[in-house]
Design a protein around this ligand. Structure first.
Ligand SMILES: Cc1ncc(COP(=O)(O)O)c(C=O)c1O
Length: 454
């Protein structure tokens, strides 16, 4: 894969002028999310020209191992011929037709396949385009479910550290952060259980469900791993306990598997490891293997049935997006599910995850610069331990990894390592080598600065 002169870790061509031109054109017209545009260009962003396998190739010809799966979406790799063939075949049949009041064959086929694999009893699938919209749908469904039953419940319970997306409902159940506090006045209040990492988190969450059950529409949780909180982990038994409390008290359980779904934690869905049968499940990111925008909310038959009633009547779910159930995305998503099985992808996640865990344990975890390593499957966070505030270690260590040809994006001072599910053993070594070198470099730079000041 690295036979290009601009192989990962170093380039023999100096195309930096070309790259700078593209960065300038980019900066002039593109507004990047979660990015301060006045300093965007200073951080030497990678402008991708094409992608191949698990690598991205910049406009300057440099190659980067995509160790964050393009923000956690890429599963099998980029430009997978089998997925591209499914896309082309569907293109010939029509790219998109509306799901509002009408159907589409490929969407039926995908939904049948999804219904067979999601841990939801009697699954019914409603589609959207981004994870936040899947969450938004699930909150509205949970709300109306109780209204339709004549038992209006007005609150939601979510966890400290949670992240569920950027739309206002999703922001409300999320625990803010990332500079989003400015939108607080636009959000609605929710009951907040402690964050996963806090002692007694689940005892408290179970107690809160019991205390507020009469008014609680739903509990929303990221099963096993709170991704955006920096890969905070929860024990499967604790999640199972909290799931049982919801069921016993008639509180709906929403599992947000936007990040954990489609194999990242070693099973197709993280809920499976926690013995959870959620009433509502949010899917996104990896659903199409990372190639096309699609998300979905899966509702149990018990939930769905409460929406059945008179034509044009008030029990109807009055919600739906223009591109809901896009046929191209559905064709790719269907083929993607087949390939996960045919290629034994989950075995690779488990093997490579363990290899990554062992290497991080041996070479990274005990370093003075590292506070903790957290991992489930191929979702990994390396929390750094900077000696003082303001050193921006997360950003600097990531930048040093990028210089070495491994694309990393941190969450504050947590280095996220989340390679595609088909990552090879050699690529795992490449990622850990780059991280170790990057840590060496940042520690040495700080030591040199300290000497210069003394
Ligand atoms: C658990 C979880 N839910 C929802 C979202 C939002 O997904 P999207 O960015 O596709 O809107 C994310 C994004 O990181 C997520 O991690």
């Amino acid at each position: 894969m690295n036979d290009d002169p601009g192989a990962a870790g170093g380039t023999t061509r100096d195309n930096s002028v070309e790259r700078d031109n593209w960065v300038e054109r980019d900066r002039a017209v593109v507004w990047h999310g979660f990015t301060q545009m006045s300093t965007y260009a200073d951080h030497h962003p990678v402008v991708v020209e094409r992608a191949e396998g698990r690598e991205l190739i910049g406009v300057d010809g440099r190659r980067y191992l995509d160790a964050i799966s393009s923000l956690w979406v890429t599963t099998l790799g980029h430009c997978v011929p089998e997925l591209d063939a499914a896309l082309a075949a569907q293109l010939a049949l029509g790219a998109h037709t509306t799901m509002l009041g009408n159907g589409n064959r490929i969407v039926v086929e995908l939904s049948e396949r999804l219904a067979a694999v999601v841990p939801v009893d009697g699954a019914h699938v409603i589609y959207a385009s981004d994870g936040a919209c899947a969450v938004e749908q699930s909150l509205k469904i949970a709300w109306q479910y109780h209204v339709n039953r004549g038992d209006a419940r007005t609150s939601f319970l979510a966890f400290g550290g949670a992240y569920h997306g950027d739309t206002l409902g999703a922001l409300s159940v999320g625990d803010r952060g990332f500079g989003t506090d400015i939108f607080d006045p636009l959000t609605f209040p929710v009951l907040r259980a402690p964050a996963f990492g806090e002692p007694g988190c689940f005892d408290r969450a179970v107690a809160m469900v019991a205390e507020h059950a009469a008014d609680l529409a739903a509990v929303i949780v990221e099963p096993l791993v709170q991704g955006a909180a920096g890969m905070q982990l929860a024990a499967p038994d604790d999640l199972a306990r909290r799931g049982r409390a919801c069921r016993d008290l008639g509180v709906l359980l929403i599992c947000d598997e936007v990040a954990t779904g489609f194999g990242r934690t070693g099973t197709l869905f993280a809920s499976e490891q926690c013995d959870l049968r959620p009433d509502l499940m949010c899917l996104g990111k990896g659903i199409t293997g990372g190639s096309l925008a699609m998300s979905a909310t899966v509702a149990s038959d018990a939930v769905f049935s409460e929406f059945l009633g008179d034509d044009l009547g008030p029990r109807t779910f009055y919600h739906g997006h223009s591109y809901s159930g896009n046929a191209l995305a559905a064709a790719v998503a269907l083929r993607h599910l087949e390939l996960i099985e045919a290629w034994n992808v989950l075995d690779n996640v488990r093997d490579r995850g363990e290899q990554l865990g062992a290497l991080l344990h041996d070479r990274v975890a005990s370093r003075a610069e590292v506070r903790e390593v957290r991992r489930r499957g191929l979702m990994t966070g390396v929390e750094l331990a900077p000696p003082s505030e303001g050193l921006r270690w997360g950003r600097r260590v990531s930048a040093a990894c990028v210089d070495r040809g491994v694309l990393i994006r941190p969450l504050g001072d947590v280095i996220v390592v989340m390679p595609p599910l088909t990552v090879t053993s050699a690529e795992i070594h490449t990622i850990v080598d780059a991280l170790v070198d990057a840590l060496d470099q940042v520690a040495a730079d700080d030591a040199a600065d300290a000497r210069a000041l003394s």
